[in-house]
Design a protein around this ligand. Structure first.
Ligand code: IMP
Ligand code: MG
Length: 181
């Protein structure tokens, strides 16, 4: 593609493909929750805000948008220990909750959030992620998935590398030389 930033190796998911998949996901969710009353959508900051913004504008069922932010303890996510940086504004007991993530890599973040929110007794709890990398089996379900992608670092459409490239309209693979230097 012309004009690709020198940090980027290639476009993995073009803008039109993302937008088409977001519409399909919103349609599925709208069908599944048609008679259930408002959905409580939990966007995981920061990466999910662009995906969530597009998703909610395609939903045809009532919904509430809220956000959580988590960060990993220590320098690596290997421990799977996650800290809540920003919590939900409302209690979610008896709510139909969907966690909306940008990307599932090891699955530790989603697993932590799922178990924690499950403990707050929602009426139902599902998960939605735009992209998933091919790591081992997850201990939580991914109910709504946009794309499976190869195990490379990706940026764009909310995803960043060191806070860069988040606002690209497509999802692109970062050159390995950028994150190994
Ligand atoms: P997990 O807990 O290993 O599934 O990691 C999930 C989090 O790591 C995501 O919510 C992202 O913030 C970050 N992450 C993992 N892979 C990527 C990537 O390729 N690009 C940008 N962020 C990523
Ligand atoms: Mg994230």
């Amino acid at each position: 593609m012309n004009g690709l930033h020198p940090d980027l190796a290639r476009v993995l998911v073009p803008e039109e493909t993302i937008q088409a998949h977001v519409k399909v996901l919103a349609h599925q969710i709208s069908l599944d929750y048609a008679d259930k009353g408002p959905i409580y959508l939990v966007g995981v900051l920061r990466g999910a805000f662009i995906f969530l913004a597009d998703l909610v504008r395609c939903l045809t069922v009532p919904h509430v948008v809220d956000f959580m932010s988590v960060s990993s303890y220590g320098k690596t996510t290997e421990s799977g220990v996650v800290r809540i940086v920003l919590d939900l504004r409302e209690p979610i007991d008896n709510q139909h909750v969907i966690i909306v993530e940008d990307i599932v890599d090891s699955g530790k973040t989603l697993s932590y959030l799922y178990k924690m929110l499950k403990g707050r007794n929602p009426a139902s709890l599902r998960t939605c992620t735009l992209v998933q990398k091919p790591k081992g089996p997850l201990d939580v379900p991914v109910d709504y998935l946009g794309f499976k992608i190869p195990d490379v670092w990706v940026v764009g459409y909310g995803l960043d590398y060191a806070d860069k490239h988040r606002t690209l309209p497509y999802i692109a693979e970062l050159k390995p030389s950028v994150y190994t230097r």
